[in-house]
Design a binder for this molecule. Structure first.
Ligand code: FES
Length: 202
């Protein structure tokens, strides 16, 4: 699917703000994901053309950052943290429970297309509320089976993240952790998540 005119304009406008076109890769990927829901290889090729950069550079950036989707996923994105602090507070049990309740394995999407979930060994930055998970970029903390049930029900009812939350929730403006950690391509050009603004709630 060719990029919409508005998306191309946005990429061009963004690119003009930076001294290096490479710095516009991440904003360009966001623009495409906002328009199409995910970033196909064809779309990466279009970005490369607009920015006059090698397609491999766009693909390397898109594959490095976990916030960029390269295939259709569920309407809701659930990431459960299994790093040490969360693990010490029961993340493994919560992960097993989540998978069981959703009926699909780590990395898969529920049959109704509502939820895609996966676990991450990267700390999501909310250890104080461990065990926790990130739902559409909002934090859901102090997980219990009951809280997970409530969250799943809420998502299936179509309630937006942060509304009618099952309990404590918090998040911060930041990039989701990379799949491999450390700085990746165009790391200097990162920008805060804009698709859904994280917030901290009581
Ligand atoms: S270890 Fe899970 S949020 Fe930090």
């Amino acid at each position: 699917m060719a990029l919409a005119k508005g998306t191309i304009e946005e990429i061009t406008t963004r690119a003009a703000r930076y001294p290096s076109k490479q710095s516009a890769i991440i904003p360009a990927l966001w623009a495409v994901q906002h328009e199409q829901g995910y970033v196909t290889k064809d779309a990466m090729g279009e970005i490369a053309q607009i920015l006059a950069l090698p397609p491999s550079l766009i693909e390397a950036t898109a594959s490095f950052y976990s916030m960029f989707l390269t295939r259709p996923e569920g309407r809701h994105d659930v990431v459960i943290c299994v790093n040490a602090p969360c693990m010490l507070r029961g993340a493994d049990e919560m992960t097993a429970y989540l998978g069981q309740q959703l009926g699909v394995r780590d990395g898969q999407t529920t049959k109704d297309g509502a939820i895609t979930w996966h676990s991450t060994i990267e700390c999501l930055g909310a250890c104080g509320g461990a065990p926790m998970m990130q739902v559409d970029h909002h934090f859901e903390e102090n997980l219990t089976p009951e809280r997970i049930d409530a969250i799943i029900q809420r998502l299936r009812r179509g309630v937006a993240p942060g509304e009618g939350a099952a309990g404590p929730e918090h998040a911060s403006d930041r990039i989701k952790p990379s799949r491999s950690g450390g700085e990746g391509p165009s790391a200097s050009a990162t920008e805060p998540l804009r698709r859904k603004s994280p917030k901290r709630a009581n």
